[in-house]
Design a protein. Structure first.
Length: 300
């Protein structure tokens, strides 16, 4: 961890809703005049879209039905740890972009003078100097890989997990991949099953490393996520917010209970809020923490 160059990591599974949390942070950064260096989790995959498809085919032919984007074979865990460590020590480091679609490719090709295609990575470039903190959002911000001596949480100052109940997470992924990406539901379910071992070994353990978890829990029947026709709305859910160590960030529970109507506590480190107040809660909770990180950095 670095007092002078803070690292903030938001982590969650595919379809978990990390983008929602990213927007909350963006609002805080904009409103408070904070200049973040942003690192996208997809940029630290180790395989391009084409390479992943080829590796997946080879793995399947060899009887490996669990090759996935969640595991070490398709990600550069060492680069994640190195990025956090380098930024914490110097306020700089290396970054690149994964090009999700042709419009992103056109934008980055023009900016960098290269000719990369959708599904590829841009060349590595220096993280801009003068940023206030590093902000990571993706699958593996708090990843630990003991076999390869990887311990990313060691270099993270604030770790935030986005963790819907598993059935809700699957419903969100099925609907997103079907409506936005055009995948057949059978293909999506196959992907969920293929990812399960890596989910258990590399995704879920991160949520014991995070400082704060936001877990959305539906209040409607999601017992069979594979036949659900719609995603439970915010008003059809609660959000369970767990603080690993409330004293670390001086969490004022009476203040939160007063500010977030209809909220209540279930444990000494856990508050539950109506689902519709998730965005508001994030900004109320996270803005003071970011302020303290920035002020500590300035005085370090």
């Amino acid at each position: 961890m670095s007092k002078k160059h803070p690292v903030v990591a938001v982590t969650g599974s595919s379809g978990a809703g990390t983008t929602f949390v990213k927007r909350a942070f963006e609002n805080i950064f904009l409103r408070e005049g904070i200049n973040p260096a942003i690192v996208e989790g997809d940029s630290l995959h180790s395989l391009s879209r084409k390479d992943f498809g080829e590796h997946l085919k080879i793995a399947s032919e060899n009887g490996n039905n669990h090759f996935s984007h969640f595991g070490p074979e398709a990600n550069d865990f060492a680069a994640i740890e190195r990025t956090f460590k380098d930024y914490g020590e110097s306020g700089s480091g290396k970054k690149r972009y994964y090009l999700h679609n042709p419009s992103e490719a056109d934008l980055q090709n023009e900016r960098l003078g290269c000719s990369k295609e959708s599904g590829e990575f841009t060349p590595w470039e220096d993280i801009e100097t003068g940023s206030d903190l590093l902000f990571y959002e993706g699958l593996h911000g708090l990843v630990v890989d003991k076999a390869n001596d990887i311990n990313s949480p060691k270099y993270v100052d604030l770790g935030v997990g986005v963790v819907p109940s598993v059935n809700l997470e699957w419903i969100q992924k099925i609907h997103r991949d079907h409506s936005e990406r055009g995948y057949d539901e059978e293909v999506i379910v196959d992907t969920i099953l293929r990812r399960m071992p890596d989910y258990v070994n590399y995704i879920a353990p991160q949520f014991s490393q995070t400082d704060i978890n936001f877990q959305r829990v539906p209040t409607v029947d999601t017992s069979n996520p594979f036949i659900a026709r719609d995603i439970p709305t915010a008003d059809e859910s609660f959000v369970v917010i767990r603080f690993k160590d409330p004293n670390k960030f001086m969490i004022d529970f009476p203040y939160l209970l007063n500010m977030l109507h209809d909220s209540f506590m279930t444990r000494r480190n856990t508050i539950v809020i109506p689902g519709g107040k998730m965005g508001m809660a994030m900004e109320i909770i996270l803005a003071p923490i970011i302020h303290r990180l920035i002020n500590s950095a300035k005085s370090a």
